[in-house]
Design a protein around this ligand. Structure first.
Ligand code: FES
Ligand code: FES
Length: 172
């Protein structure tokens, strides 16, 4: 009986949330598994593994990416942002995190890390989106709980707070 050879591991390095990380993984390792199992960042979730739900969304080199759709090795040398790196430098919540909290943009929270990470890139690309543009912008991220209304409110809250230099206080 022939024995199958174990695939050789490769060293994959990248910058995640401003920190240089490296791990030896099989070439078939998906980025989401690299982040969760090798780097220990369990904020990005696995909801489907088939590129539908968006729970695994991270930001790579200025783009939103579903991290179950690419191999870790494809992110070699990239800059990656996950929900763990979203807070402000002084430790306070990012406007999006605050918005989701204040506007009740989550229930079970399973979709939230991917939703916030996606919304982060959306606001980078369009700091003052309409509700329709927000809905279109998060259309790759599924939420089974909220009905999306409060997610849209939360993202609008963040957009307004960021536009006013972080001075927004009251929830809408
Ligand atoms: S786990 Fe990646 S899109 Fe669902
Ligand atoms: S809050 Fe439960 S899936 Fe979105």
């Amino acid at each position: 009986m022939s024995q199958q050879a174990t695939p050789a591991k490769v060293k994959v390095t990248m910058k995640v949330n401003g920190r240089q990380v490296a791990a030896e993984v099989e070439p078939r390792t998906l980025l989401i598994h690299y982040l969760r199992e090798n780097i220990g960042l369990i904020g990005p979730h696995i909801g489907c593994d088939t590129s539908h739900c968006g729970a695994c969304t991270v930001d790579i080199d200025g783009r939103s990416v579903k991290s179950c759709t690419m191999f870790a090795i494809q992110a070699e040398g990239s800059e990656v942002l996950t929900i763990e790196g979203m807070a402000n430098a002084d430790g306070t919540l990012h406007a999006l995190q605050e918005g989701f909290h204040k506007c009740h943009g989550l229930q079970c929270g399973f979709c939230t890390p991917g939703m916030i990470t996606r919304a982060y890139r959306l606001l980078q690309e369009n700091p003052n989106p309409t509700d329709d543009q927000i809905r279109w912008g998060i259309s790759g991220n599924l939420c089974r709980c909220t009905g999306y209304q409060n997610i849209v409110k939360a993202i609008r809250y963040a957009a307004e707070k960021l536009a006013s230099g972080g001075k927004k206080e009251a929830a809408e």
